[in-house]
Design a protein around this ligand. Sequence first.
Ligand code: PMP
Length: 412
Amino acid sequence: MTTTFEPATMPAVKRQQLAHLTAQMDALKQGGTYFKLRVLDDEQGPVCSYDGRRVINLSSNNYLGLCEHPKLKEAAIAATQKYGAGSGAVRTIAGTMRIHMELEEKIAAFKNVEACVVFQSGFTANAGTVSSILGKEDFILSDELNHASIIDGARLSRAKIKVFRHKDVAHAEELLREIENEPGRKLIITDGVFSMDGDIGPVDKLADLAEKYGAIMMVDDAHASGVLGRNGRGSVDHFGAHGRVDVQVGTLSKAIGSLGGYVCGSRDLIDYLYHRARPFLFSTSHPPSVAASCIAAFDILENEPERIERLWSNTAYFKQQLADAGFDVGGVTTPKSETPITPIIIGDGRRTMDYSKALFEAGVMATGIAFPTVPEGRARVRTIMTSEHTREQIDQALEIFVSVAKKTGILS
Ligand code: PMP
């Protein structure tokens, strides 16, 4: 028997207490950047159904189509049958299952590092690591476009935060020189691939700096895992920088097709995180189904490299066609995309959201992204290509991008 609840109405006095939040949402509505969540009705594929409408999906991080891969589903079902639905506890209490250890060993071997620890998300991997390996006497040198989870981790660490201009290695060095004689440790951190512009972080050059100034080098490979490097080994492999990056973070929730984050590095680093990283210590581990799907995903990366080849050839084609049609795909007011993330820069927040809505009505899901996620005046419709889009779907999407842009005055 199911219990039904009447939808509750908040008493006016309570509503008043949160009036400052309502006012902020009203301001977003005025500015045209308020959004409603779109709800997916079926699988996260290249074409799927949101809110009952079938659209070509250009907003998913499912780069290699692994979210719907039969081997990931089968592995999840088998692990659920064997281990149950949940892990039942924090890893250090009673929630470490053999399958969690297998996943960590698999990733460490794949990334060619001593050891790996898996977190519940990429967000907690970054925030939990940065906040625990630095203290208030230390310094963090962070690219201005690094992900929010790095920023939050840095704030939680209470280290002194020095922000360098986007990919500006000379600026990073200038900041390092200013603190060269300070006793605190220094950590240099960059995204491997920047999530809003799709450009690649200068991992090799920052690693040079780290070596020159005795700093710790850290990379967040959320959008590089499964995308860059041999078989998707990430930005360190892409730059041939093995052994030069102390801390490599990645996610399991984008190209890997499931959920979670991981940190790779020395055995000592991973041991330390087992003992000190707060999301590891105070939050329950993945359900076994998730760990099993991730293991299956790494096997696919090793055995089906053609997925990554398709991803890059689709990306090259789509980017070129967009540029040829006259869209600003970065490189002028914003960095130039080099990866399957291609922004279409519109500038104004309201125009961007209106364009995104019109695209959806016409059959393409491409999310509008405005301030504060991206700088003011650089709002964009962000597209993400996958290996699973067919040429026909890409051409159809391109036609829709152009015809809607002409209708709405984005292209003349
Ligand atoms: N880092 C970057 C650069 C990201 O784009 C994201 C996801 N938006 C994360 C970290 C967090 O990853 P997850 O979604 O697995 O928490």
